[in-house]
Design a protein around this ligand. Sequence first.
Ligand code: ADP
Ligand code: MG
Length: 333
Amino acid sequence: NLYNMLQELRGNIRVFCRIRPLFDSTSRSTIDCIGEDGSVMVFDPLKPQSTRKVFQFNKVFGPKATQGDVYKETQSLIRSVVDGYNVCIFAYGQTGSGKTHTMYGPSGGSGQDNGINYMALNDLFHISGARENVKYQINVQMVEIYNEQVRDLLAEDSSATRLEIRTCTSNGQMTLPDAKMLLVGSTEDVINAMKLGETNRASSFTAMNDRSSRSHSILIVHVHGEEDSGEVTNSCLYLVDLAGSERVDRSEATGDRLKEAQHINKSLSCLGDVITALAQKNSHIPYRNSKLTQLLQKSLGGNAKMLMFAHISPEVESFTETISTLKFAQRAS
Ligand code: ADP
Ligand code: MG
């Protein structure tokens, strides 16, 4: 349809900005205004004289936007997966800016207000189920990347499994052959898989509080289609809740915390480099510089479609991080 055609013309990289509501609705916001055209203007209320800065995106979701509003703009990508495209959707932003809310939902995703992961899978079942001449099989893997190590979140003993990213000999693409693959047939299966993943993620790190903000969690959805004629399609959807992008004060962080921060900085800056190279249509794309970009390789570049959510916390204290998130996201356009 026309909408899809317009999406095609816009290219394969799209960037949306999402601003969460103020935690304290009586405090001041750094968001000056949001344009229908995808622009957002920010300023520092503590420095009224400083100039307002404008950033341009494909779309901006303000604090009142619902999960449904956000998903409506994402849905065409999910359709693309069934059509055989590889797709990557990821949430970027500082800790507390709403990444997990967008991808999973407020209660970790099992209750009301489910996020993109659930709605996407739900849609995949509907769209694939409605295609008459093709039989689809949907499998999921769930992993996290922490300190440049990939860990299987669906394995029985998830702490024991450190996964290698391997090159598939038949098509040269990067895969995780040793990560547990779960066949899913309904949204309930998906919810159970994600619950298991979340439990595994939390359990081995009780000592470190909120470790989830310092690792990337990735839900990998494999869609395998077989037409009556025997033709086969394989595509992948990567749903990524990135580690918090905030800068850690080097003078304060030491030991494990410093190591974590360095790994996060490295992988997010590698991701930024890959996106910039893609946006500039460079011939060399530096995928190999981090585990994250290696793993996402087939869903970034080529025919693949990518969507980044840049998440913003509107509080005054977050202004510096807000500017840095907006600048990062701007690199893609
Ligand atoms: P992050 O994953 O980036 O650290 P969270 O998704 O955990 O951030 O969000 C931080 C808090 O703000 C959570 O309590 C979450 O429920 C709430 N929140 C985030 N985005 C929204 C939103 N758009 N509407 C309402 N509450 C939100
Ligand atoms: Mg989170």
